[in-house]
Design a binder for this molecule. Structure first.
Ligand SMILES: [Zn+2]
Length: 301
């Protein structure tokens, strides 16, 4: 990972130069998620380990994780860059300078809740990457979520519920807990929500200071489902699928064989074989529920 002090220092430099300034152009290689709009003002820059987050005032948060030799730089107009522009992973152009990142491991964006536009909906949730974060508060925010039809996938990325979960972790958390990505939060028992939040905190904290995300150390790549579409599930042997129908337009990797908790009701499709439409046997559901509950306990509340 990059030197923590170096990134902390770079974040301080970027903060001084960028806060309150409008973005004139934005480029991110292999960006996952929506780009900030041209003219969006940079509101905040946060640094955690080898992660750097930039918050734009149009509600977009860009989360970047750096490789071991990754780095952020600030260049004035006309100043020589220390590497070729074609090697830059992120370029944020302002009227008089460029914020540039080389060596990004991943770049994701998501929409942050805007409390100024929706003053009754509450403020940002706890940052689960921090020791001592109030995990029960995250559960409470799910229980009282303003949209009862929202799926667990949506709420995991909602900054009003908790902060710190990106799309990679979203997929891995739901697989680890055996939860269907389109389960409605109102269909999940409180014990499942608590299990999900605890697992989220455990995974995010375990990866805070590593250059690669690892939640399944025993497999190549360290991830159980993310980007493993077409491979067999490590738990049940079914084929992992990629679904792009998420409301936030970000890819969801999951296993339909064992992520069954909270599976939403489907309208009967007469063209499907009747055997596929049957509910799983109650004993099988009970077995899977106990299986996930009895996993090694992740970080506690
Ligand atoms: Zn599976």
């Amino acid at each position: 990972m990059p030197q923590k002090d170096a990134l902390f220092h770079a974040a301080a430099v970027l903060r001084t130069a960028l806060l309150g300034h409008a973005t004139e152009a934005f480029f991110a290689r292999r960006l996952m998620g929506p780009a900030p709009t041209n003219g969006a003002v940079i509101e905040n820059i946060l640094c955690h380990g080898n992660h750097l987050e930039i918050v734009f005032d149009d509600g977009i948060v860009m989360h970047s994780q750096l490789r071991r030799k990754g780095s952020w730089h600030l260049y004035r107009i006309g100043e020589k860059w220390h590497e070729r522009r074609s090697k830059a992973d992120i370029v944020i152009e302002l009227s008089d300078s460029f914020a540039v990142c080389f060596g990004a491991l991943s770049i994701e964006t998501f929409r942050q809740f805007d409390q100024h536009r929706h003053p009754r909906a509450g403020r940002s949730g706890p940052d689960i990457s921090r020791d001592g974060a109030d995990l029960q508060e995250c559960v409470n925010r799910m229980i009282h979520y303003d949209n009862p039809d929202a799926t667990i996938s949506e709420t995991l990325l909602d900054q009003r519920v908790m902060r710190g979960v990106g799309n990679v972790f979203r997929c891995e958390i739901l697989w680890a807990c055996g939860v269907h990505p389109w389960a409605r939060i109102t269909d999940l028992p409180q014990s499942s929500l608590l299990d999900i939040v605890r697992t989220a905190a455990s995974q995010v904290r375990a990866n805070l200071n590593s250059s690669a995300r690892v939640v399944a150390p025993h497999i190549s790549g360290g991830l159980a489902v993310y980007a493993r579409n077409g491979h067999r599930c490590l738990r049940c042997g079914d084929i992992i699928t990629l679904d792009n129908s998420s409301a936030d337009k970000r890819p969801v990797y999951w296993c339909s064989g064992c992520q069954i908790a909270g599976e939403p009701f489907r309208e009967l499709d007469q063209s499907e074989p009747i055997a596929k439409l049957m509910d799983p046997h109650p004993a099988a559901v009970l077995f899977m529920t106990d299986f996930f509950r009895n996993r090694e306990a992740p970080v506690g509340l």
